[in-house]
Design a protein around this ligand. Structure first.
Ligand code: GLU
Length: 469
């Protein structure tokens, strides 16, 4: 049988990285088994689902390159199928109408809470005859429930191992608000069956739903798929990863300038470890090496430092011309030329964790920051001495022809002077004059990016500052 997996996100918020990881594990498992990875939008929860989140999910998956097979399925468009199966269950008396009101159920829940038992509703309405139920339905609201058979359910989870549940703890499971409004556990079973899903790989927050879904599968006479429940993603403080920890939606990471390949590489390592210490994997390697049965049971840590380091390793491997394309949007306000972008890319590619950092790191190249004249002086050096050294530097640089003004020529011409007059005394004021900052790349690298004209301008500006000070 062909392996078929799916990601079934609900459009109730921006696409969380946890959903992205679940999607990726489903994708990897399908691909390594020459199967198919599908997408279903679970939008039956009318109150919580919002249309606007659907494009966010689709864009997130597309950005990551997690392309799904065929048309996406919207759960809300399948309601007539759900209705048919509900009717079947009612006819075969495996399901029934429960006429208890919300108030009655809430009261029951409250009482059970007082007795410290988790809520379950064992409904005596399962004994009402079909005729009486049909009659009552004319004037009363009712939800549809499964006549839960009490037994032990044991299934083998590919991550958790053998899982056992006592279904008597569940009560009579609710299936639908009415014939046209299926609820999650029922809809998911029908949809997975209709799409011939063979493996359900999802977050462990759904583990408690699994026995309910197995009971529904049994009632409908469907084949039971395999299950794999993935450990939750935790923040470094081991609490559930949420907005207060910073970026959590795929969209946030896209905007910050992460590479999708690096993001996938990182996501693969949350809760899964390769056999050796290797950290950088391309997608083909992951398809080959990923092993669902080696996913850990304990929560996986979302360590942003690790993501940054992985992203940095990917950036370092790119050629400057390619990096230039990615950093361009973040330097847009300076209208940089392509040649400038390539130089900036070359200068910062070792240091960049994410592309958006370029704005802060390289902004000074396009617009000299405002700085104090005192910053120009090396340690205790006087203003006069600083001026003297900068004048020497200016003379040397002016003597280099514009078309050979680069990192080699400026180093060859300036270093002997720096060695003679003191490296700190010469290179510090030059670097500050060029960057306006206490910390920056080396003056030779900056000279190269700025070019002769702008470099000379900035040094003259510094001299002006010293004269005024
Ligand atoms: N719609 C569910 C969610 O967003 C997923 C259900 C499932 O994978 O079975 O968490």
């Amino acid at each position: 049988m062909k392996v078929r997996t799916r990601i079934a996100p609900s459009p109730t918020g921006h696409m969380h990285v946890g959903t992205a990881r679940t999607a990726f594990f489903n994708y990897l498992f399908a691909k390594q088994n020459h199967g198919e990875f599908l997408l279903r939008i679970e939008d039956t929860d009318i109150e919580r689902s919002k249309k606007e989140y659907e494009p966010d999910i689709l864009n997130g998956l597309k950005w990551l390159g997690l392309n799904w097979e065929g048309e996406l399925v919207r759960q809300s468009e399948k309601v007539s199928i759900h209705t048919n199966y509900l009717k079947k269950l009612l006819e075969s008396k495996k399901a029934f109408y429960c006429f208890h009101t919300t108030e009655e159920l809430e009261e029951e829940q409250k009482n059970q809470a007082l007795e410290k038992i988790s809520f379950k509703h064992e409904c005596e309405h399962k004994n009402i005859s079909s005729e009486e139920a049909t009659n009552k339905l004319k004037t009363n609201n009712a939800i549809i429930r499964l006549k839960t058979p009490y037994k032990k359910i044991i299934f083998k989870d590919l991550v958790k191992g053998e899982v056992e549940f006592d279904t008597s703890l569940l009560g009579d499971i609710s299936l639908a608000k009415n014939l046209d409004t299926p609820l999650y556990n029922f809809a998911v079973v029908v949809d997975d069956h209709e799409s011939e899903i063979t493996h359900i790989i999802r977050g462990e927050d759904h583990l408690s739903n699994t026995p309910k879904q197995i009971l529904i599968i049994e009632a409908l006479g469907f084949n039971q798929p395999e299950y794999a429940h993935l450990p939750l993603i935790l923040a470094t403080d081991r609490s559930k990863l949420s907005k207060r920890h910073g970026a959590v939606s795929v969209n946030d990471f896209t905007k910050l300038g992460y590479l999708p390949e690096a993001m996938l590489n990182f996501l693969a390592l949350i809760g899964w470890h390769p056999k050796d210490e290797k950290e950088i994997f391309n997608i083909e390697e992951l398809i080959k090496e990923f092993d669902l049965t080696r996913v850990q049971k304990a929560g996986g840590i979302f360590d942003i430092e690790k993501l940054n380091s992985i992203n940095n390793q990917y950036i370092k491997n790119m050629v400057p011309a390619e990096i230039a394309k990615f950093i361009a949007p973040y330097l847009d306000m300076y209208n940089p030329t392509e040649a400038q972008l390539i130089k900036v890319a070359h200068l910062f590619r070792e240091r960049l964790n994410i592309f958006s950092e370029v704005k802060e790191l390289a902004g000074f190249i396009f617009a000299l920051p405002i700085y104090e004249a005192s910053l120009l002086s090396w340690k205790e050096s006087s203003k006069e001495k600083t001026k003297e050294k900068l004048e020497v530097v200016l003379n040397v640089l002016e003597s280099i022809p514009e078309d050979s003004f680069d990192i080699d020529s400026t180093t060859t011409e300036l270093m002997p002077k720096a060695n003679e007059l003191g490296r700190g005394e010469v290179l510090w004021p030059l670097r500050v004059a060029l960057s306006g900052m206490a910390k920056s790349p080396s003056p030779f690298e900056i000279l190269d990016v700025l070019g002769k004209k702008e470099s000379i301008n900035r040094i003259k500006k510094a001299l002006g500052k010293l004269n005024e000070a």
